[in-house]
Design a protein around this ligand. Structure first.
Ligand SMILES: Cc1ncc(COP(=O)(O)O)c(C=O)c1O
Length: 397
């Protein structure tokens, strides 16, 4: 979250004083609910027919997306080895098996490795737009079409970003977003699922609302109501998100302007900027610089004034640190552990910390410099100069 202020306070205040904190409006005809309005605005922003806002964050949105796609035991889902662990654990939460694939130098899912990892059991691909950077949305949907697979975009770290001029989250069969505290816009926690597919939307809607049977919208549903969870958003979340949404394009344009300056001036200073599937659509949350070796990357990242970080150090964003998954400790009961499910026997369930060596190599040689939309031009100049000085040292060292 980059910006928050009195506007959010005012909207939350109105919701609290109205006493109407529940998103569903039995007996409130004519009352405009914040969550309903946010969903309409969010669907329009992303360019999809439907948006479902929910508690439970991007994790819940991914799970609802997979539920909406009908993914379950017997299915494999391809996820990249560089992503927050939830992209893979969401697959387990619906009873399916994640197959971990390499990222390429763009830091996103490598289409070539997706092809190599294809099997008749693969039902879906989760391309993750990491650190504001779009995946290759030409190649990945093509592979999916060739093999009749679903595509669930994980847009948690790229809220508002785009590819070829179209917003992320509108390219796949569904897109999952996170509004947790660390994301581009935030209501503390929370997420959203976007799709054009009515049946997918209905299944996700039912799954996320344990009381769906009793809602006014129940009569309009074509999917028979089944037992799910309780992940409903509340009106305070809706009110905050509506204000945050109004800030989104301003945040993105400031981040992008700063990122452009960094990239241009760092390449002039001899640094190698990581390749990007769509530099224009990048959210601009960070600049990625790549080095021939890890020691050079570390020397650069830790030099005075650079404030860089190596993705290999980012804990549960690296598959080799996903211990509960690697050790197959899933769910509270052995019979609910997808690794024990009869339909998953024979799928690819063997994981090792070394299984995506190319990913580990790239994550060790890349340095991210996180950016902030409120930096002044002077501040940006100071930081770029620090990078130039560090680059000389790193390359010389
Ligand atoms: C790529 C990615 N996917 C999914 C998630 C899950 O989002 P949340 O924490 O809102 O559940 C995150 C959150 O950090 C993420 O970075």
């Amino acid at each position: 979250m980059y910006r928050i202020g009195e506007e959010e306070v005012e909207e939350v205040r109105k919701v609290l004083l109205s006493g109407r904190l529940f998103r569903v409006g039995e007996g409130m005809e004519g009352h405009l609910h914040e969550v309903d309005q946010f969903e309409r605005e969010w669907a329009e922003t992303i360019g999809t027919k439907y948006a479902l806002c929910m508690a439970g964050g991007g994790t819940a949105a991914l799970i609802c997306g997979l539920v909406g796609m009908g993914i379950g035991p017997g299915d494999e889902v391809i996820v990249p080895g560089y992503t927050w662990m939830a992209s893979a654990t969401a697959v387990l939460a619906v009873g399916a098996i994640p197959v971990i694939a390499e990222v390429d130098e763009t830091l996103t899912l490598d289409p070539e490795d997706v092809r190599r990892k294809m099997s008749p059991n693969v039902r879906a691909i989760i391309p993750v737009h990491m650190v504001g950077r779009a995946c290759n949305l030409q190649a990945i949907p093509n592979i999916a079409r060739e093999h009749g697979l679903m595509v669930l975009e994980d847009c948690a770290q790229a809220v508002g970003g785009s590819y070829a001029g179209r917003r992320l989250g509108s390219w796949g069969h569904a897109g999952a977003f996170s509004f947790n505290y660390f994301k581009i816009i935030s209501c503390g926690e929370g997420g959203a699922l976007n799709t054009n597919d009515r049946m997918l939307y209905e299944r996700a809607l039912i799954y996320h609302d344990g009381g769906a049977t009793f809602r006014p919208f129940a009569k309009d549903l074509q999917v028979p109501i089944f037992v799910g969870l309780q992940l409903r958003a509340d009106e305070v979340m809706g009110a905050i998100l509506r204000v945050q949404l109004r800030r989104l394009d301003g945040i993105l344009s400031d981040l992008r302007r700063i990122r452009k300056r960094f990239e241009q001036e760092l390449s002039e200073g001899g640094l190698r900027i990581a390749p990007n599937n769509d530099p224009e659509g990048d959210c601009g949350v960070a600049v990625a610089v790549q080095f021939p070796s890890e020691p050079q990357a570390r020397a650069f990242a830790t030099a005075p004034g650079v404030n860089g970080w190596l993705p290999i150090d980012s804990g549960k964003h690296v598959y080799s640190n996903w211990e509960p998954l690697l050790q197959k400790r899933v769910m509270h009961h052995p019979d609910m552990n997808p690794f024990n499910h009869p339909r998953n026997q024979g799928l690819r369930t063997e994981y090792t910390p070394e299984m995506c060596p190319h990913t580990l190599d790239i994550l060790r040689r890349t340095v991210f410099i996180s950016l902030h939309p409120d930096w002044s031009e002077d501040e940006v100049t100071r930081r770029i100069e620090a990078c130039w000085a560090a680059a000389k040292e790193a390359v010389a060292g």
